[in-house]
Design a protein around this ligand. Structure first.
Ligand code: MN3
Length: 207
């Protein structure tokens, strides 16, 4: 079994003007593919990882041999985070679902205020990383978190609901050093249907 790029549900230019075609192509075909290639190399060299999902590795880092643990964090994390990222964006205009509205408004009063706080926290990530809306596994509570590099919320017992990549490779071609402008634009791409599905999936529990 080899890890592979997940199919995109939209074309490289579909997210314009918020995320440009060139950035999408490089991000997906070069950066994400790069994480996958390195993850496949790790698995090829360690028979105990054969058939293990990347999510399981990230949730059970203690079971990973110490000399490959950090590479697994980086490359399984890079693969899982980006696979999540592509499906949490959409060129279609979507609106927050019923459960999304209820949970977010219950904590931040409104979706608008949540997005302000999400943008602020994500802008504050030092260096490369991610901003997340997460739910603690099997808990009703949602929260905003950030991670560095390709660290995954899964490693910390959190399930990602929404997440934005704030590595410079995600925005530098179009936005240069203006991460704030990128995040503000990116909020227009949120796939609220996927957010609702993520919340419903966690409410239902594992199959
Ligand atoms: Mn990236």
């Amino acid at each position: 079994m080899k890890f592979e790029l997940p199919k995109l549900k939209y074309s490289y230019d579909a997210l314009e003007p918020y995320v440009d075609k060139e950035t999408m192509k490089i991000h997906y075909l070069k950066h994400h593919q790069g994480y996958i290639d390195k993850l496949n190399l790790i698995v090829k060299k360690d028979a105990s990882l054969e058939g293990v999902t990347a999510e399981y590795m990230l949730a059970n880092l203690g079971t990973i041999a110490s000399e490959i643990r950090q590479p697994v964090v980086n490359f399984a994390g890079g693969h899982v985070n980006h696979s999540f990222f592509w499906q949490i964006m959409t060129p279609e205009k979507t609106t927050p679902g019923e459960l999304t509205n209820k949970l977010i408004s219950g904590k931040w009063d409104s979706v608008e205020l949540f997005l302000e706080e999400f943008a602020k926290r994500t802008l504050g990530v030092f260096g490369s990383g991610w901003g997340w809306l997460v739910i603690l596994n099997n808990q009703p509570d949602i929260d905003i978190t950030t991670t560095s590099n390709q660290d995954s919320p899964i490693t910390f017992g959190q399930a990602p609901i929404l997440g934005v990549d704030v590595w410079e490779h995600a925005y530098y071609l179009k936005y240069k050093n203006k991460r704030d402008e990128y995040i503000k634009a990116w909020l227009n791409l949120i796939n609220w249907n996927a957010v609702e599905e993520n919340l419903l999936g966690i409410e239902r529990g594992p199959p």
